[in-house]
Design a protein around this ligand. Structure first.
Ligand code: HDL
Ligand code: ZN
Length: 438
């Protein structure tokens, strides 16, 4: 059927009218289009100890720690008393030797090893350690970005984290591939503690959030925006977040964050649905998920048409609602398959419903990588799924009689992987703009 239409209506060789050729073209374009990874916990090499890479960091990733506890006969307090190398060795033995590494996070480690030329069948952890110990950090970053097809990453930067602020205070030259995001969890989710810390930093704020506190907190954010030059401001919010109560968080959002976003032309990224400390003994691995209220996001978008919102929800149950809300508000950009959603089966479901409801006007993925080499598996696994979902929809297009060209596919994928984010952020940073113009 498709061939007949192709022969009858056009001889244009640019048109992809064979399903197999179309699918190959989509896979090739998705593989070769560099992404801007808009949310990670990575740090540029200049951040020294905060720049995590290598097999011991990969194995002690909290996703794997949570899985290890389901098999190993070890109590959390015993585990946390071990050294990082001992913890990594226990995870390696438990998940990769004594059991079959079938989970997304464990297969991910093997994808990384394979991509770096290390035999994923090895059981010799010391041999793997020697490979990573031999890597020079800056060159290693470039190699990992190249293999992962990542152009730029956005970090998560906390102005109340002393380990990080001491590095910002050195006023290092900006890194052209690691961009900042001003993260406000401590300010918005624990104002009493944040007020103490901001006050100690020399700003006249108080737990009661007086009018002076509002001004001083804005001055604090202005100070850090000048230092970090963030691409956006972000916060993760609990599943019970509601933009209706008149609590400290909502006053800070309304009277500090949103005016600051408007003044600086910065998007506000909301990451909603996390239940912190469901099992505190597991530390970073102890957080859970809860269905959240998308209506609060709609209220924010409706009341602030001049502010651009990036949004991701942690519960699978919120994904369809988020797509519908994005259809109502053009200042709302859904992004990523966050955390517990970043598994191929769910990435596929979410990407398909987003294409059906939003076309290509969304950001399909972010890696959330905490360890440098995770960029390889998180993007390789996601690209495969995104390509499948896209190919299916281009085939539907062919079925309607509408032809598609490689140029259109390249335009669409560039939009998904970088263009939609660039439209969200304030005037492009020089590096991203230069990169974009080839
Ligand atoms: O709050 C967040 O940004 C989350 O991504 C958490 O950091 C979480 O621990 C995580 O790493 N998820 O992938
Ligand atoms: Zn994150």
């Amino acid at each position: 059927m498709i061939n007949n239409i192709a022969v009858k209506r056009n001889g244009n060789p640019a048109y992809l009218t064979e399903r197999a050729a179309l699918r190959r073209c989509v896979e090739e374009v998705v593989d070769q289009t560099p992404v801007i990874d808009i949310h990670t916990h990575l740090y540029a090499p200049e951040f020294e100890g905060l720049n995590l890479y290598g097999i011991d960091e990969l194995l002690t990733y909290h996703y794997l720690v949570a899985e290890m506890f389901r098999y190993a006969d070890v109590r959390p307090e015993q585990f946390w008393s071990l050294t990082k190398k001992e913890r990594a060795a226990l995870v390696w033995r438990t998940l990769f030797v004594e059991n079959t590494p079938l989970s997304e996070a464990s297969i991910g480690v093997l994808t990384v090893l394979n991509a770096l030329g290390i035999d994923p069948n090895t059981t010799d952890l010391e041999e793997i350690r020697r490979f990573f110990e031999a890597q020079e950090p800056v060159a290693h970053v470039g190699r990992i970005f190249e293999i992962a097809g990542v152009g730029d990453v956005v970090m998560t930067n906390d102005p109340l984290d002393p380990q990080e602020t001491k590095i910002w205070d050195r006023q290092l030259p900006p890194n052209s591939r690691f961009h900042a995001a001003l993260r406000m969890d401590r300010i918005l989710n624990d104002w009493a503690a944040a007020a103490r810390a901001i006050s100690e930093a020399g700003f006249a704020v108080d737990p009661e959030l007086s009018a002076e506190s509002i001004c001083e907190t804005r001055r604090f954010l202005d100070r850090w925006i000048a230092k970090m030059k963030p691409l956006y401001m972000a916060v993760s919010l609990p599943d019970d977040f509601g933009y209706f109560a008149d609590d400290a968080r909502n006053r800070l959002i309304r009277e500090v964050v949103l005016p600051t976003a408007a003044e600086h032309g910065l998007p506000f990224a909301l990451m909603v649905g996390v239940r912190r400390g469901v099992n505190p003994a597991l530390r970073a691995a102890g957080d859970g998920v809860g269905r959240a209220d998308v209506k609060s996001l709609e209220k924010l978008c409706a009341e602030n048409p001049g502010v651009r919102f990036l949004a991701t929800f942690l519960a699978r149950e919120n994904q369809h609602e988020l797509c519908v809300s994005a259809r109502k508000f053009s200042n709302l950009m859904p992004f990523g398959c966050w955390w517990f959603l970043n598994n191929p089966s769910i990435v596929g479901e979410i990407t398909r419903e987003r294409i059906e409801l939003l076309g290509t006007s969304f950001i399909p993925q972010h890696s959330d990588a905490r360890v440098l080499e995770q960029l390889i598996y998180k993007w390789r696994h996601s690209r495969r799924i995104i390509a499948e979902a896209l190919a299916e929809n281009y085939e539907k297009l062919l079925g309607s009689g509408r032809f598609v060209t490689k140029k259109e596919i390249e335009r669409d994928v560039a939009q998904l992987f970088a263009g939609n984010f660039q439209k969200c952020i304030k005037p492009l940073t020089n590096e991203i703009a230069a990169e974009n113009n080839g």
